[in-house]
Design a protein. Sequence first.
Length: 340
Amino acid sequence: MKTSDFEYELPESYIAQHPLEPRDSAKLLVIDRASGRMEHDIFRNLNRYLRTGDLLILNETRVIPARLYGRKIPTGGKVELLLLKRNDDQIWEALVGGKGLLPGKFIQVDAGPIAEILADLEGSRRIVRFDTPIEEHLSSAGHVPLPPYIKASIDDPERYQTVYAHKPGSVAAPTAGLHFTPKQIKSLEDRGIVFEKITLHIGLDTFAPVTEDHPEDHQIHTEWCQITSQTAEMVNTNHRSGERVIAVGTTSVRALESAAKWAAPGDVVGAFVGATDLFILPGYEFKVVDAMITNFHLPRSTLLMLVSAFAGRERILKIYEEAKQLDYRFYSFGDAMLID
């Protein structure tokens, strides 16, 4: 298997720059893995493809305003920081933009605290220490980061949050969930569709292409996640009764399949809290997820590899080509797929 096996051409015109209004007006491409049948619909009609007893797993992480601006002390040169991972109350891993930002240098964050560069990681990554916990300042100093392929700005930052986002910690949204509206969720619940929540805090590496020639050589990023005992019990109950477990987004897939490691005898998942480094490639045997809702992913990305593991690489790439011909919108603000 080569990384180039997951390459495809995508002109920039296919990359969605703005979210659709209303949220559930995105296109929905439905794939039946068993028969190979495809249907084209609208996300608000998702109910047509769900059954009473289906369990949908949502990632309730919330994107933090992780982009900060500031100036070097004492020279006043401009600096940009993008928080990546929290190590403790005051120490973070961050991408830092600016010249000469080596260990021992200080930054005055606009409307925020002073940050010291503690360590130089590869590229523009740094370990920084704030003189007070940065979370206390994010509402005034922080800006919601958008993926690098989105060049436009959005008027309402909440459009880059799911309607059920409750637990701050991500620097990117679980974008498959952006299509849901409160009205749609309530309507599905009234039909006997069950929703449960997990948390997986998404890092910026989600958008990074695999640069190694062979995916197996790629060191997958770790992400913090949590599956509660209640959610684990619901997943196990559904599995035993033969009902479907449907992951909303690749982050939910990753969390659920990671939880399989902690399953008790007779169960498929166990409750757990911690970091996951699970890398799902073609050949992986799925233990938990029966179907998934997902968007269209970047070439050479770990997310495209995950979806290819679930539905087959050749099939997914063929579907992507058909989606382009039918003017589907790609990436974070793009359209959706239901893969059953």
